[in-house]
Design a protein around this ligand. Sequence first.
Ligand SMILES: [Fe+2]
Length: 292
Amino acid sequence: MFALAHLSDLHLAARPRLRELPGKRGLGFINWHSGRKKVHRPEVLDAITRDLKARTPDHIAVTGDLVNLSLPEEYARARAWLHTLGPGSAVTVTLGNHDLYVPGAARLPAEFWGDYMRGDDDAEPGAFPFVRRRGPVALIVLSSALPTAPLLATGRLGETQLSRLTAALAASEGLFRVVLIHHPPVNHIKRHLRRLTDARAFRRVLAERGAELVLHGHDHRRSLIWLEGPRRTIPVVGVPSASALAPSGRAHAGGFNLFHISGKPGAWHCEVITRTYGADGRIRELEGETLC
Ligand SMILES: [Fe+2]
């Protein structure tokens, strides 16, 4: 039995300096103060982190938006939090749109979180996609993050990543292949400004090559959809924000997902449970789902 924990979208914030405020970060800062800072609470993240560690998962996946405005101090805070989760060998990170909020931040994720963003081939940190083998699991890690214009939170994989994804899925056949990405692979009209622009091409690769599981964040919701695969449908599971105090709008209260994976090729078994932050400050477990 292999236990894989998944959390996402903590949105750790820091106070920007005046010179950092013009442009997109300024709008983001107003947005933070007018609402988001009441939603993403350190005490929730602390409770979620403690509860997750108490489950002693074999590996932890973090699917982006660790920070809020891509400020250096935010990356440092996120690194300190990652260290509380575990070493780079036990925790895998991919990036969300807030982790590359502005073009000037391009190098910062690898600088601060390099050990968490490196494949088993020891290539440069942040060379997406990268692959990590852990027990029966192959983690195939994509980055859909790119700096966008203000008010946009779109993502893109691009042709190079998609062709490397195709190769990685083929090379990992026989393992329990888990694809990590920040943006969900299916777009809704209501989320047009937050969509994955090449979602259709991504789904085409999955339909051709297959995967055992796709994990994403971005929506701050617990969700499960199924995508077409070559032999069987592929479960796609979204996770709430790890720091959300309570439900707001379409978003759910903070939480994380825990997957229990067992079996062998052709006869995998995988169950997911969600542990979520309650109004009384306690973590409770939602009813689990069998995915395969
Ligand atoms: Fe996001």
